[in-house]
Design a protein around this ligand. Sequence first.
Ligand code: SF4
Length: 211
Amino acid sequence: MKKNDVDYAKFVMDGLDIMVPEPRCELEHRTPFELLVAVILSAQCTDKRVNQVTQELFKTHNTPKDFAQIPLQELEEKIHSCGFYHNKAKAIKSASQDILNRFHGEVPDNFDDLLTLAGVGRKTANVVMAVAFGGDALAVDTHVARVSNRLGLVKTSEPLKIELELCKIFPKNKWSKLHYQMVLFGRYTCKAMKPDCENCVFNRTCPSSRI
Ligand code: SF4
């Protein structure tokens, strides 16, 4: 079976349905805007840590206006434990200002407009599209990149190339589900340091299997 043919794509989807039957976003949020903030905070940080930070943060600040007005230093202190707090605080404030100025205070519900927000890249825009608005989007984070390479679906570390290749291989209506399946599969089974190949449904076919 070639690693990029339709049968292999079906095989991977079936396997992920077994490994991750109920994929979901683990970032806690109540609105598209809260999700946007949480996704910005999640870069190079665990969802668990982000949830701890946002649980407190969203008690006092949860709208674009709140974040546009909060002094940069105060925001940095509040999100400090998520890492890269200086860049993340700037990104959150810039995106909030953009949403207020150009989108009447509402997070835009299409990918192209999301991508125009200061501080918002493809991964963030794709996650917000898929989770907040139910769109078909396949965001590529570190887990998706690792899993898709290990399974032989792609052979590149560049997120944009991975996204475009995966979108060619898999049906559009499966993109969002596959994103979260690969994220959770990578987080709990196909881990970066010690993949749990013994308990992986792909262990007899995966080119990276360690058993
Ligand atoms: S067999 Fe191992 S390396 Fe391959 S997908 Fe499963 S956990 Fe990852």
